[in-house]
Design a binder for this molecule. Structure first.
Ligand SMILES: [Zn+2]
Length: 242
């Protein structure tokens, strides 16, 4: 019997996007409800040394597959000056990545960030946090268009990489808004839902943990403990026809 045309079955392994803890940080270098002192920031990064700390985009692209460590995604909201003066040098020194979310009004007021954006290394990425940082609830079409579409268009003039991620101001979102943000060109959306992010979340809205200024190190330790207790997803093994 001639078997030349008989399909051979082979199994291929599809690596899913691994679970990740996505942290949301704000100002660094002072003390406040959302601000973290420089000393505590150093301690936080020290706690993360056993993990692969990456940008949102590197996590979603499954970069560094040879690195078996679990993923932590660092995000910094609101475009603080400290992000470029304290955070970036510290992350570079430790070989960590991160994603920065800024809003148009803030970018227009900060020439330093506008100059820096096109020069950001590949380990860092950037996303939109709206135009004015308004609470995007019960607002009309015109304002929503400005906060989503026009802000993205403006930021795209500053960034060489696609501005495709949107972090909802105050973590607030609703189903109509999710559709509007997708229509404005955002393929990734983030909120603050205090749980571990999975591949399934990437299709809708990714949950983050806001780290608070007081007891930030203890808070992070509790999150990491929950992360360690959660079993990693197994790769899907699917037969492939040849
Ligand atoms: Zn914000």
């Amino acid at each position: 019997m001639n078997t030349a045309c008989k399909p051979k079955q082979q199994t291929i392994t599809i690596e899913p996007i691994p679970d990740a803890v996505i942290l949301c940080l704000h100002d660094i270098g002072r003390e406040g409800r959302y601000a973290i002192s420089e000393k505590d920031f150093g301690l936080l990064l020290g706690e993360l040394a056993a993990y692969r700390v990456v940008s949102l985009h590197d996590w979603l692209k499954r970069r560094y597959p040879e690195d078996q460590r679990r993923r932590i995604v660092l995000t910094f909201d609101d475009g603080y000056r400290a992000h470029r003066e304290i955070v970036l040098p510290e992350l570079r020194r430790r070989g960590m990545g991160a994603t920065f979310f800024s809003y148009a009004d803030q970018l227009k007021a900060d020439a330093g960030w506008r100059r820096l954006l096109p020069a950001l290394e590949d380990t860092f990425s950037f996303g939109s946090h709206s135009w004015s940082h308004a609470l995007l609830r019960d607002i009309g079409y015109d304002q929503l268009f400005r906060e989503l579409f026009l802000a993205r268009q403006y930021m795209q003039t500053l960034s060489v990489k696609p501005v495709d991620a949107f972090a909802w101001p105050y973590g607030y979102y609703e189903s109509e808004g999710i559709r509007a943000a997708a229509a404005a060109g955002f393929t990734v959306q983030l909120s603050v839902d205090y749980r571990i992010a999975t591949a399934a979340d990437a299709a809708l809205v990714l949950p983050r943990y806001t780290i608070f200024g007081r007891r930030s190190v203890e808070q992070l330790k509790e999150i990491l403990k929950r992360f360690e207790a959660k079993k990693p997803e197994k790769p899907d093994r699917v037969p492939r026809q040849q």
